[in-house]
Design a protein. Structure first.
Length: 280
């Protein structure tokens, strides 16, 4: 089927090229069609007058002159037809010979393990939030220096959107099983009042005012890592920074937005965007 298509395409291209670039070809074709038309009319008149009930004479009137005309054109411009055949047939032939896959390389998925987890989640697997950590984990002197209002943040998984919760727990699971990072929810749902307070804080946690953040809708979370029972937030820690980069890739692979790509980078932030929600 491929070679038949290429052959037809080649013949059509040669015909059009000949008519376009060679005046003699146009004159020959016009003369041939005029002659064939005249012969056809004469033959139909003969058939009509003699009441011949057969179409066999049409072969001598139309087909034979057309074949002779084509043969004459090919003989006259032999090298042109040969070059055209090479240019038209070689690319599809090479493509057919070297094609060993039925799928484009661009569709090869590099996050196959992640996709397996997503498939399990879509099949109905319901992940359960981890056991809450003691409040003292979030009130160490190091943590309070960087996030002074973290102790009053909400870490109630029940206040988060269900779909977002399942995706976030899936991220936690992948980070633990594949990369060896224990993740911790720092803050989930955030009230409008708290959002405004953080927006005006000197540490510049966020630029978003009330209802300008997905935190108000239970569709965003700030997360960090637990190492040897101690909370690690700062990206200045090489181990934590590596974890944030992995965290961002995993989050994006399950359809989340990662704050590490923002102008004001927020490495621990992920959100599940709903079009038009923040504009209401």
């Amino acid at each position: 089927m491929l070679f038949l298509t290429v052959t037809l395409y080649f013949l059509l291209a040669c015909l059009l090229a000949g008519l376009a670039f060679f005046p003699s070809s146009r004159e020959f074709a016009a003369h041939a069609f005029a002659k064939a038309g005249a012969q056809t009319r004469n033959r139909f008149n003969i058939i009509k007058n003699q009441k011949i009930n057969t179409l066999e004479p049409l072969q001598h009137v139309i087909v034979t002159p057309t074949l002779h005309a084509g043969q004459h054109l090919i003989k006259q411009h032999y090298w042109l037809f040969l070059a055209g055949a090479t240019l038209l047939c070689l690319p599809p032939l090479l493509a057919w010979l070297i094609s060993g896959k039925t799928m484009l390389n661009g569709f090869d998925v590099s996050t196959r393990d992640v996709n397996v987890h997503v498939a399990d989640l879509l099949k109905g697997e319901q992940l359960v939030p981890p056991v809450a950590l003691p409040p003292t984990v979030f009130t160490t002197q190091e943590i309070l220096q960087t996030r002074p209002l973290l102790s009053s943040a909400s870490r109630d998984w029940q206040l988060l959107n269900h779909d977002f919760t399942q995706r976030l727990l899936l991220i936690f699971k992948i980070m633990k099983e594949k990369h060896g990072y224990d993740m911790v929810l720092l803050e989930g749902y955030r009230s409008p009042e708290r959002q405004d307070r953080l927006a005006h804080q000197k540490t510049h946690v966020t630029d978003a005012a009330a209802f300008e953040s997905y935190h108000q809708y239970g569709l965003a979370a700030d997360c960090a890592f637990l190492r040897d029972g101690k909370l690690v937030i700062s990206e200045k820690d090489d181990w934590a920074m590596r974890g944030y980069q992995l965290y961002g890739k995993v989050a994006e692979s399950v359809g989340m937005q990662w704050g590490g790509r923002w102008k004001l980078m927020d490495f621990g932030h992920t959100e599940l965007r709903v079009p038009g929600l923040l504009n209401k």
